[in-house]
Design a protein around this ligand. Structure first.
Ligand code: URA
Length: 417
């Protein structure tokens, strides 16, 4: 077997065998297959697709490219993953709620790349919060306080780490076999028994249409079933950003406010929908409607907020920032985007808002880039709102004054009144 034949086979729209896929994943992970050949094969997969069998074999090969975590001593662990979006702070809100309701939460999250944010980066905007603790400490925290949120540590799905970074540099991110194998390999390696997937759909997501999102959901569900992990997929809109903030510290503040009971309607809808399914999978209630009520009660009783504070403290974070969010460092420069007319906010393209936030310093263009935690955008209106001439639609925050004008024009392009 050799990589040239494998590339040629996929280039010519033929189906790869399990052995050929494993050969590629093993060779690429251990460095024997160079990036340029992997890039050629990834591009061929992107262009010509994969059958369900190929996608499943790719997922399993990636999952087994490193360690598989054993979480069996923690009970029924339900994992959650989003296919990515702009302003997506759902994990920060939802997982403390789930832990407060007795579901063990052992979750690894990724870092942001491009205009999609990563939960690990957001958590690190809380001074002292350690996302890269050992697997042992991770599991101990779940045993002691019912929750741990960390970054992808250890040698879990190393093939995905390499492939994900490679895809990003060759414009091969939005492909159904590549996204589904990337996500499901990590979920399988991270040891959860059951999986709830938030498949985002719209301008700020990889899947732009409902049909594409449904196909991705169906493929991931089938992989989950084949891997013996009950999997539920919820399709959620990502046409405009989720909630009212985009950017690391800004999103953490929004998440804290949500846990205190001040939750934006669109965020709440996603939290209730995903949360009710997680509770069901964890054996905490069959009725989705009743589960939603449990979530509402949990927030109202402050238990979810307190669980978040416990989590922050356990992981070394300074919870005084969460108790008084004015303590978070603010960006030096800000600029308002003002409505020039009366009307209704008809559109706020999430991808443009994400790009503008990135430019202001909130995201990475290259994997190695550092992030400006305080940079980002606060939205003062959502699609459907009535606005008047002179109203502030959004506020930009950055420490790089020179970026403000360009970011402003990107945001103006995103908005239609
Ligand atoms: N999230 C992932 O983990 N992988 C993808 O490919 C896309 C979103």
């Amino acid at each position: 077997m050799n990589i040239l034949d494998i590339i040629a086979k996929k280039r010519d729209k033929k189906e790869l065998s399990k052995e050929e896929i494993e050969y590629f994943i093993t060779g690429y992970t251990n460095g024997e297959i160079p990036d340029y050949q992997a890039a050629a094969l990834v591009m061929a997969i992107y262009l010509n697709g994969m059958s369900m069998e190929e996608t499943t074999n790719l997922t399993l090969a990636m999952a087994h490219s490193g360690d598989i975590l054993d979480l069996s001593d923690l009970g029924i662990v339900v994992d959650k993953h989003s296919t990515g979006g702009v302003g997506d702070k759902i994990t920060l809100i939802l997982m403390p709620i789930m832990a407060a309701l007795g579901v063990p939460v052992a979750k690894m999250s990724g870092r942001g790349l491009g205009f999609t944010g990563g939960t690990a980066d957001k958590l690190e905007s809380i001074p002292g919060y350690r996302t890269n603790i050992s697997i042992e400490e991770f599991k101990n925290n779940v045993k002691e306080i019912g929750i741990s949120l960390i970054t992808q540590t250890g040698n879990l799905a190393p093939a995905d780490k390499k492939l994900y970074a490679l895809r990003d540099t060759i414009s091969c991110t939005s492909s159904i076999p590549l996204i589904s194998s990337s996500i499901m390999s990590k979920k399988i390696a991270a040891g959860a028994n059951k999986i709830v997937l938030d498949v985002t759909c719209g301008d700020g997501a990889f899947m732009k249409t409902k049909e594409e999102a449904e196909e991705l959901a169906s493929v991931m569900k089938q992989i989950g079933t084949l891997a013996g992990k009950e999997t539920v997929c919820i399709i959620t809109p990502m046409q405009q950003p989720l909630g009212y903030s985009v950017g690391n510290t800004l999103e953490v503040i929004e998440a804290i406010e949500a846990l205190k009971g001040n939750m934006q309607e669109d965020v709440k809808e996603v939290v209730l929908e995903l949360g009710s399914h997680i509770l069901k999978l964890a054996g905490k209630g069959e009725s989705l409607q009743e589960n939603k009520q449990k979530i509402e009660n949990c927030i109202a009783s402050n238990l979810a907020y307190e669980k978040f504070l416990t989590l922050v403290e356990k992981q070394g974070g300074d919870s005084s920032y969460c108790k008084d969010t004015n303590k978070f460092k603010k960006a030096k420069y800000e600029m308002n985007i003002i409505s020039e007319q009366d009307g209704y906010l008809q559109e706020m393209k999430a991808s443009f808002i994400g790009k503008a936030a990135c430019l202001l310093g909130a995201g990475r263009i290259q994997k190695e880039d550092s992030i400006d935690m305080s940079a980002g955008i606060i939205l003062h209106h959502k699609v459907g709102d009535m606005v008047k001439k002179g109203d502030i639609i959004a506020t930009l925050y950055t420490n790089q004054e020179s970026k403000l004008e360009e970011a402003k024009s990107i945001v103006e392009e995103a908005i239609k009144i």
